[in-house]
Design a binder for this molecule. Structure first.
Ligand SMILES: NC(=O)c1ccc[n+]([C@@H]2O[C@H](COP(=O)([O-])OP(=O)(O)OC[C@H]3O[C@@H](n4cnc5c(N)ncnc54)[C@H](OP(=O)(O)O)[C@@H]3O)[C@@H](O)[C@H]2O)c1
Length: 317
């Protein structure tokens, strides 16, 4: 069994733990929080036997094989570096880190210490995403010309939450641009990408709603809107010459439709219990093979994403 240490009691932890338990060989071994009381309460709630009141104790536990890092975005670099220095394999939640230099340093450290390292990007491992890729490659909707992504998460955070603090990696773009960019990297085999975009700030100064445009390989136009202040029709739409594919909730999708311009429509469904299990099984395959990186969600893709997001934030300054 591959023993997981969970770093923090973040709200996403419950869903990830469900994925580990559904996987072939993952064991939820321990959880750590900055507060012992919090660690104890969440360990009890999630049925985890071992808990620690500091992150350091989890890093030092020799039983832990792999650490899952879903802390505040701006702390991923610090937490990942600590885990790697303790010779642990690591999955870092998206966005991996905020700066290219930090990412390069972490991947080099993982290599030096023979540790597996990957950005957690469940969307690219979903059966729906794989099927959409296959359909596009088989020309089922004709050549894709335009793609539209929309994602809205209204009312989830108050202005005092770190998700509204740019320095901590908050903001709509840091929060969810990875889903758009990495989904496209997977579908179109790591294309060349150009980016531009606009945003509206909120009282904390962070981008509460943003829209960015991507051009893939100088051939496909993409528009992506992410909102923390309004609900949107959460979906990705791929427009080809013969029809279009609509993927609702593209970052966790379990179904989608193809609409043909002349021949009606077709529905595809891939029910799951945990949307994380596919990513987790992939990590286990990599670790068992002794790989230090995923062949799918690798360093090049993560770094391209960081650079694109950083480029926009620099333009907006
Ligand atoms: N893949 C996905 O589907 C998905 C979905 C949602 C979020 N995420 C990612 O998962 C990560 C966590 O997101 P979340 O919404 O679950 O976050 P959250 O509930 O706000 O939790 C963040 C955790 O970070 C820890 N932390 C350490 N230092 C902190 C500080 N100075 N201030 C606040 N918290 C601090 C806290 O744990 P302790 O107090 O226990 O130490 C806290 O529970 C983010 O990177 C996010 O992008 C991924």
């Amino acid at each position: 069994m591959i023993k997981y240490g969970i770093l923090s009691t973040a709200s996403i932890v419950e869903r990830f733990v469900k994925g580990i338990r559904e996987s072939h060989e993952g064991e939820v071994y321990a959880i750590a929080s900055r507060s012992l009381d919090k660690a104890m309460i969440h360990a009890g709630r999630l049925g985890i036997k071992k808990y620690y009141g500091s992150y350091e104790e989890l890093f030092e536990d020799e039983q832990v094989d792999i650490i899952y890092i879903p802390t505040v975005n701006g702390l991923h670099y610090r937490d990942c570096k600590n885990a790697l220095l303790h010779h642990k394999h690591v999955i870092v939640e998206k966005p991996f880190v905020l700066k290219k230099d930090e990412a390069e340093e972490l991947f080099a450290l993982a290599k030096k210490n023979h540790c597996f390292l990957m950005e957690g990007q469940k969307a690219v491992f979903l059966p729906t995403t794989k099927k959409v890729k296959e359909l596009i490659e088989n020309d089922v909707i004709g050549q894709v010309q335009y793609i539209e992504f929309k994602a809205g998460f209204p009312g989830r955070f108050t202005y005092d939450h770190w998700m509204y603090d740019l320095k901590m990696g908050g903001g709509a773009l840091y929060g969810s641009a990875t889903y758009t960019i990495e989904y496209l990297q997977y579908l179109f085999d790591h294309p060349q990408i150009k980016i531009s975009g606009t945003y509206l700030p909120c009282p904390t100064g962070s981008d509460e709603i943003c829209n960015f445009q991507l051009i893939l390989n100088d051939k496909i136009l993409v528009s992506s809107t992410i909102a923390m202040n309004v609900g949107l029709k959460n979906e990705a739409v791929f427009y080809g010459k013969k029809g279009y594919i609509v993927v609702p909730n593209y970052w966790k999708s379990n179904q989608f439709n193809i609409h043909f311009h002349h021949q009606g429509e077709k529905h595809f469904s891939f029910p799951y219990n945990s949307e994380f299990v596919y990513e987790i099984n992939h990590v286990h395959d990599c670790v068992n093979k002794g790989l230090l990186q995923s062949p799918i969600m690798n360093q090049e893709k993560t770094i391209q994403t960081i650079q694109l997001v950083d480029e926009l934030y620099q333009n907006w300054k």
